[in-house]
Write a protein that binds this ligand. Structure first.
Ligand code: 13P
Ligand code: SF4
Length: 310
């Protein structure tokens, strides 16, 4: 790409020319967030994908998110700047193994976190996100056994919150398991007024010492509205961009990872760049394509989620 090209301007031009909407997750790099039409967490993005009148959805996020947008919009062109932008959590549940696991628990219904492949969605009864998981679980009769997949940390947190005893699939997010409780404890001593806010994909030991637990959007809202001026943020670092923009006078410190070489950036989310975004809009690829039978099967549990989350 010509380095003198104003990519922000070009992306805006392409949006109009192609009647495209640009949806971005909070974990995208700041430039992408700034050029997006809508920034949100997984639930917000799925809800926007339902609402849009655009002909083309450009999804600045990871594969399962763009796939969800395609499931909801079969006639629209859905683009993902880098097809390799996957998710360690989604990868932790291969469909064949999950199918066998499900067969071992015949009377259970399956609630799956949206961070999973279309194949897993097709094997599920209801989808949830971190914003609505508690509500979704509580919509199921108390005596109905449940399998929760694929995130064991979120599942354990929800078991505690709802008093259920859901059977958990053993998956996890590589970013949210990286935080060091010891280093967070030390940081809290140095910043005694700071509140620790954490995403429920974090491990139990971190969640135990958190002042607030919530989805990306819930963490952002809490940080903006709370009277505290300093926060230690235990989730992917991309969210700090909006926190800093919305509350410029507050201090946001990324929670420290367990080793100095590690970082709290999601390597999948960060595969998308402004350059790739521009190229993908210009050439209308990579595109998300899906077999119709799989799409219809995966749509059902997503529609149940959207209905319950209204
Ligand atoms: P939310 O967008 O629901 O907060 O989930 C975070 C996440 O890990 C997305 O990949
Ligand atoms: Fe997946 Fe974790 Fe990255 Fe979210 S942050 S896309 S759950 S690996």
């Amino acid at each position: 790409i010509d380095p003198t090209l104003d990519l922000f301007h070009e992306i805006e031009r392409l949006k109009k020319e192609k009647n495209a909407v640009l949806l971005a997750h909070y974990y995208q790099e700041p430039d992408i967030q700034d050029v997006a039409d809508y920034i949100g967490d997984s639930l917000g993005l799925a809800q926007q994908a339902v609402k849009t009148n655009a002909d083309m959805i450009v999804f600045a996020g990871v594969h399962f998110m763009a796939e969800t947008a395609k499931i909801l919009n079969p006639s629209k062109k859905v683009l993902l700047p880098d097809l390799k932008a996957g998710c360690s959590l989604a990868d932790s549940a291969p469909a064949d193994l999950f199918k066998a696991f499900k067969e071992k628990h015949p009377n259970h219904i399956v609630i799956s976190y949206i961070n999973c492949s279309a194949d897993i969605k097709a094997l599920s009864d209801i989808i949830c996100t971190s914003s609505n998981a508690q509500k979704i679980i509580e919509s199921v009769p108390e005596d109905q056994p449940i399998i929760f997949a694929p995130d064991k940390n979120l599942g354990a947190y929800l078991n505690k919150k709802t008093g259920r005893n859901m059977v958990l699939w053993n998956g996890a997010c590589m970013v949210h398991e990286i935080f060091s409780l010891e280093k967070i404890t030390r940081l809290k001593i140095r910043h005694p007024k700071a509140k620790l806010i954490a995403h429920p994909e974090c491990e139990e030991a971190v969640l135990k010492v958190a002042d607030f637990i919530g989805s990306t959007t819930q963490l952002l809202k809490y940080a903006i509205n709370d009277s505290c001026n300093e926060f230690i943020v235990a989730t992917e670092t991309g969210i700090l961009h909006q926190m800093q923009k919305d509350a410029p006078n507050k201090t946001f410190i990324p929670a420290p990872p367990n080793n100095a070489c590690a970082c709290n950036d999601c390597p999948h989310m960060k595969l998308n760049t402004l350059e790739k975004l521009y190229l993908c809009m210009q050439y209308e690829q990579p595109e998300i394509l899906m077999e119709e039978q799989l799409r219809v099967a995966a749509l059902k549990p997503i529609e149940r989620m959207l209905e319950i989350s209204k």
